[in-house]
Design a protein around this ligand. Structure first.
Ligand code: UTP
Length: 297
């Protein structure tokens, strides 16, 4: 029997410089899509996939993130008193049980691989997930759940993969594909941010992973790679060298890069349009401004 994936690491120690000045005081993961912070979308997706322990790798200035997961008894009492049961339910659905969540500090932003490595003592000899909350994925079945189901068949290591235009491949970790099985590919190699003409494919890795604990052994030895950072991609690539399976999973869903301003704005519009309480207003407004722009051309 394969061990179940019950732990997820959320590396959130990056500086979020693309959102300065906001990220001077607001952690990127607390920024909201409509009315929920990015991190809440990630937690909900993780729960749907069967995750029971949530490990956050944080850094200086991320206090608001820890506060967000605290219970708010006063606020709950106030809402109860006023009979605002719907809001109370929303609030309660975000509560984390004691001991369900852990925080580890990454003292210096040395890269995603290093951030994951910081959580090594909380993962024992078991597979674990890694989720980057700034990749938000709208999907009928949550992305990590799709991956866990596929992983139950394959074991090994699995990364979420997505086709990107060739000219964008150099912004991602890119897969060198050994065998294409449709929704899944077997990976022969992985390279982080390859120069545009050297990308082995246009299949890019995005922020969902299911990894074997052996990856920590590789991270122990890895020196900095692309961009001077300790890259998670390099540690996963070593699994291939050791003959362990690495699979790319073509998830069904739409991914928004909420670590970029444009992706964040697109996600805001898409999530707004998917909400019954907002879609009519928002749609009307979008029509109006698009027609006004066309008329002005
Ligand atoms: P990004 O590349 O988006 O970096 O990190 P960033 O610092 O968050 O944002 P920019 O580029 O300055 O705007 C991808 C993910 O890896 C985490 C980030 O928090 C984000 O979730 N990360 C990155 C760490 O936890 N530690 C690091 O040293 C680097």
């Amino acid at each position: 029997m394969r061990k179940k994936v019950t732990k997820a690491i959320f590396p959130v120690a990056g500086m979020g410089t693309r959102f300065l000045p906001a990220t001077k005081s607001v952690p990127k993961e607390i920024m909201t899509l409509v009315d929920r912070p990015l991190v809440q979308y990630a937690i909900d997706e993780a729960r749907a996939a069967g995750i029971k322990e949530f490990i956050f790798v944080t850094s200086r200035g991320k206090g608001a993130l820890e506060d967000y997961f605290d219970h708010a008894p006063q606020l709950e009492q106030e809402l109860r008193k006023k009979g605002k049961d719907e809001l109370l339910d929303i609030l309660k659905s975000t509560n984390m049980d004691s001991g369900e969540i852990a925080y580890i500090r990454q003292h210096r932003a040395l890269g995603l691989g290093h951030a994951v490595w910081c959580a090594r003592r909380l993962i024992h000899n078991e597979p674990f997930a890694v989720m980057l909350p700034d990749d938000v994925i709208a999907a009928e079945k949550p992305c990590l759940q799709q991956m866990v189901e596929a992983y139950e068949e394959t074991g090994g290591n699995m990364v979420a993969a997505m086709e990107v235009p060739a000219e964008k491949a150099s912004s991602y970790g890119v897969l060198d594909v050994e065998e294409d099985m449709g929704s899944m590919v077997k990976v022969r190699g992985m390279v982080e941010k390859p120069p545009a003409d050297e990308a082995p494919s246009n299949l890019a890795v995005i922020g969902r992973y299911i990894l074997s604990p052996d990856v920590f052994r590789h991270l122990n030895k890895i020196k900095s790679g692309a961009g001077g950072e300790i890259q998670l991609t390099d540690a996963i690539a070593r699994e291939i060298t050791e003959g362990n399976g690495v699979y790319g999973y073509r998830f069904r869903g739409q991914r928004f890069d909420c670590g970029s301003k444009s992706g964040f704005l697109q996600a805001t519009v898409a999530f707004g349009l998917s909400r019954d309480d907002l879609k009519d207003d928002l749609e009307g407004y979008l029509h109006e401004i698009m027609s006004a722009r066309k008329a002005a051309e």
